[in-house]
Ligand binder design. Structure first.
Ligand code: UFG
Length: 345
């Protein structure tokens, strides 16, 4: 990674000013939920970002005007090759992918073509321009149904759907590139990303995630929230997830840029909340009733997914700033109130 000037943060007293190395990042999927917010934080921290996105599922409104934008598709090798040659980044952050478990069960090839073949095109383009570092947006879906929680990175990888499998395949490909070609991959395995910044939030079509759907019900855009199964082996019978603020996820990417960081890291708060608990907290935060409707189990939902993020804490120095579910929901609620119909409005 090229040496760049250091930044001194405002600091009047004796403590030594923290220094960060400024770098240029090619952000694939920078118009999507996690990619756009990570770009915002990168730029706020003084880094340069170049955004590559096909705008198929991302939003032009989520593009940060401070970053040059290249419209292109990873499935077109010449487009990512040209973008890499133009941007000449120090590192890549790779978010561009399909990410719906249900859709992946319907059409596995769609996922392998975009997430795996597209990833290989990205790797080829990196190698052609001698870009070594890649921070890859991976998922806890690579583990499948875990034998135990909290989940550490050494658990067996048994993805239960093509989405998780596609992410694991690209992890494997990138790991071979590490062994054979000196690529430095970092795999960030997200648990349940949620929350918003002042400007940017979550807007998928269709929206399948719990928190945005709960907030749409609070806004009256949806009549009710379906609760997919209340007969799981959990205290209240509904599935348990580890909800992690998007700003904390974004921060982990920035920490992972440091030289010498590689390997896999789970990113979650280490605390699980059931579907019913999330709805209850949302009622408190919004002050709205949020009607629910009991529904059958959703195929492929593991009962419990909770991270151990000890490795990220120890090796990256990562400490979530917004671990409290009330805060996460407050931030998401503020965004949804401003954007009741998402970015399109
Ligand atoms: N749920 C409902 N009602 C809804 C939506 C969701 O009851 O309207 C439940 C789900 O059944 C699940 C929980 O809420 O038990 C969380 O569901 P999400 O769809 O919000 O999130 P997932 O845990 O299914 O998915 C997330 C990421 C995926 C990733 C997966 C790993 O969005 O990309 O975690 O399991 F693959």
């Amino acid at each position: 990674m090229q040496q760049a000037p250091s930044v001194k943060w405002a600091c009047r007293r004796a403590a030594p000013a923290p220094r960060i190395q400024l770098v240029k990042i090619l952000v694939t999927g920078g118009a999507g939920y996690i990619g756009s917010i990570t770009s915002e934080l990168l730029l706020d921290a003084g880094h340069e970002a170049v955004i590559f996105d096909n705008l198929e599922r991302g939003h032009v409104e989520a593009l940060d005007p401070r970053a040059p934008f290249i419209r292109g598709d990873l499935r077109r090798p010449e487009q990512i090759a040209e973008a890499m040659a133009r941007a000449k980044p120090d590192a890549v952050m790779h978010f561009a992918a399909y990410a719906l478990v249900g859709e992946s069960m319907q059409d596995p090839q769609l996922y392998f073509r975009n997430n795996v073949a597209g990833g290989i095109n990205l790797l080829d383009a990196m190698r052609a321009e001698n870009v070594r570092k890649i921070i890859f947006s991976s998922t806890c879906a690579t583990y499948g149904i875990p034998d135990r929680v909290p989940m550490t990175e050494d658990l067996p990888m048994r993805p239960a759907n093509p989405y998780g499998e596609s992410k694991l395949m690209l992890e494997t490909i990138l790991d071979w590139a590490r062994r054979r070609h000196d690529i430095e991959p970092v795999f960030l395995r997200y648990f349940n990303a949620c929350g918003a910044t002042e400007k940017l939030g979550e807007d998928h079509d269709p929206e399948t995630h719990l928190i945005p759907n709960v907030l749409k019900a609070a806004l009256g855009i949806k009549d009710n929230v379906p609760v997919f199964g209340d007969d799981y082996d959990t205290p209240d019978g509904t599935c348990i997830r580890d909800y992690i603020h998007i700003v904390d996820l974004a921060q982990a990417h920035i920490l992972a840029l440091r030289d010498g960081v590689s390997g896999a890291f789970n990113l979650g708060n280490g605390e699980g909340f059931s579907v019913k608990q999330v709805i209850e907290v949302a009622r408190e935060v919004t002050g709205r009733p949020i009607p629910v409707q009991m529904a059958p189990r959703r195929p492929g939902d593991p009962p419990r997914l909770v991270a151990s993020a000890r490795k990220a804490a120890d090796r990256l120095g990562w400490k979530p700033k917004y671990p409290d579910l009330h805060t996460i929901l407050r931030h998401a609620w503020a965004w949804h109130q401003k954007h009741p119909s998402g970015y399109a409005a």
